[in-house]
Design a binder for this molecule. Sequence first.
Ligand SMILES: Cc1cc2nc3c(=O)[nH]c(=O)nc-3n(C[C@H](O)[C@H](O)[C@H](O)COP(=O)(O)OP(=O)(O)OC[C@H]3O[C@@H](n4cnc5c(N)ncnc54)[C@H](O)[C@@H]3O)c2cc1C
Length: 757
Amino acid sequence: MKTHARVIVIGGGAVGCSALYHLTQLGVTDVVLLERDELTAGSTWHAAGNCPNFSTSWNLLKLQRHSTKLFAELGQRVGYDINYHVTGSIRLAHTRDRVDEFRHVVSQARAQGIEFQILSPAEIAARHPFLTTDDILAGLYDPWDGDIDPAQLTQALAKGARDAGAQIHRNTRVTAIERTPSGEWRVTTNRGVVQAESVINAAGYRGGEVAAMVGEYLPIVTLAHQYLVTEDIPELVARGAARLPLLRDPDVSYYMRQERQGLILGPYERRATAHWLNGIPDEFANQLFDDDTGRLEDYIAAACARVPILGTAGIKTVINGPIPYAPDGNPLVGPAPGLPGFFHCCAFTFGIAQAGGAGKVIAEWVAHGQPEWDMWPLDSRRHLEFANHNYTLAKAIETYQHEYGIGYPAEERPAGRPAKCSPAYLRLKAKGARFGARGGWERAVYFPQAGDLRDGPEVSFRRPAWHASIARECKAVQERVSVLDLPGFTKFEVTGPGATAWLDRMVAGTVPRPGRTALNYFCAPNGGIVTEMTVTSLAADRYWLISAAAGERHDEHWLRAHLPSGGDAVRVENVSARHGSLIVVGPVEHILSIYDLIWEAGERFGISDYGLYAMDSLRLEKCYRAWKGDLTTEYTPLMASLDRFVKLDKPGGFIGQEALWREAATGPRERFVPLVVDAADADAAAVSIVHAGDTPVGLVTSGGYGYRLNQSIALAYVRTDLAVPGTELEVEILGSRRRAVVGREPLYDPGNERLRA
Ligand SMILES: Cc1cc2nc3c(=O)[nH]c(=O)nc-3n(C[C@H](O)[C@H](O)[C@H](O)COP(=O)(O)OP(=O)(O)OC[C@H]3O[C@@H](n4cnc5c(N)ncnc54)[C@H](O)[C@@H]3O)c2cc1C
């Protein structure tokens, strides 16, 4: 075993081997993978191997499609045969909302070059001859779905990496990790020590154990997931080599596919079961949990009714294996704050389907400092310190139960809440506020009043039951005094004799003078938007930086990673927990009394509360961009039409300046614009597609209804030549194209007169 490498990957499952393979593809070949048992000994060996492209998330769709494209050519590329069956798949819709979800995903997928299709019941039956289509409204067909042998996939990735120069050491358990004085990582194993510049934690459900070796807590719990494999079924034997498409019945919550001449049935059951709450047994490897088919009975019955041949076969095998879950079910991928060169790539619940894309993303983090795609939903910094063990468990179980739930645009799921409350929480609750959690903080989303709520669901792709509540709250903001409790903003205090000069290099715009406030954008070296902060200069070399609640770890990491080394010229202090925010910002302990005083004073004028949903509508009308919705690392401030916040000729320079010079010279390929949409009963959800004639020309990054303007609004990036007010385009909403006209921002109060009043 070599004693030094550029990168060490810990864990030889599908994900670790993919990370290793992708590193070598980027030319980083001085790499070593350490596996405590055999390759695939964790969750990989027993996975069902389903490889969907489908996801309601734009990012995951991209990630999974990278995987399926890679899987199709990997065997040949590296000279290792893989059983990979591209059978196509059908998802069934029992409800109108599910059909709406399908329509939304079909259009997203098309924008990524993936042709999904909506099938009628007759078309479903034609593709799957053993399925009853009674009570089915429609199906979604993914021609590129299928199943892969996870062990062969892992071995092929390992072979490709080895052939390019990587070393793989099996039966090599990492037992300790420390940082050397030179800033490298010293990794101790049962077979010796290896030192490296970078480490990737790809230890699957043991990702938390590896993180603990460097003093970090990762929010991961292990749940059990089961599938059954049947004996051969004569009808399938009779079909010879022909394979059925993979079937998913998300409204019932199971998948079913052909395995040799039998079927696999895998439910995501309500009785989600957690294991190892007090630690993972050291000896567990290449093992399964005991069968627990009692949990699956209802699902087996439903599946037999849907595909009667399933009920004719005996069960050959039950696979009940460990599957790691972070609170939201997405993996933890990205840099570990405060640990330069240490990365996570673990906690995958769909780690076969995502292995290819995840390997690309993490390899780019390590090799280039940033991945090509903005993968915030997977970013290991998205969970804040409140995501402790109990929270993670509650949320993971809820996520497992909703694994096939409908991906509504706005849904506030209850598990693990409340985690963090402002002092005004109980006051607002007593007034009937409905809450949503943002960065763990309970924030009122709206305040229903008698007569407000119309019949209909609280969550929907169409206008939900609370539409009238939001209209009332927006009107109140427009006409009277209104108050919003907005706890949890991320806040940093930056001080020190070098503070001004340092901030000047960090932001693309101008650092405000003492007593002034300015909105500022922090760019990556490639010009992409890393974060947005409101910078206030309290005095010379003393600043307050305020950003989104969810970005606390992410933003702190970015700031600290760029601090000048040595000395005390710049100090960054995270003061988020110390201060709350109403409309005005004040010391926390006074929030409740300030709230009461505002109400007392406002009652004479007719004061109202309002919530986040109203705020979202108000900001759409003002075209204020939302971080990680409208602003991501895939867009620069010039694309985001934020030119006025970029000082391209700043003499001292700033991070990303050169990339923005280059972009300014040719002009950005896309520009951010508001669109006024002729919507019917559904507004444009994020990642709706913008068309000019039959050509896709842009992407909606957020949308909704503007209650003061009485118009449906979408904020979108469109091809630059079309980003001209008055241009007529179309936005695809739930399968239909709606006329959309490019507006001039801000749509509401264009002269900002009310803002300045
Ligand atoms: C029943 C079941 C069916 C599934 N079906 C599917 C499916 O159809 N499609 C899909 O996409 N996903 C599926 N999954 C999920 C999938 O199995 C996992 O997401 C995937 O295998 C995770 O891969 P990984 O490489 O991240 O982790 P693992 O495969 O768990 O690999 C982690 C590796 O790290 C090693 N390791 C841990 N600690 C150390 C240490 N200290 N030193 C050295 N090495 C260490 C382990 O030994 C292990 O080999 C299923 C899961 C289950 C339980």
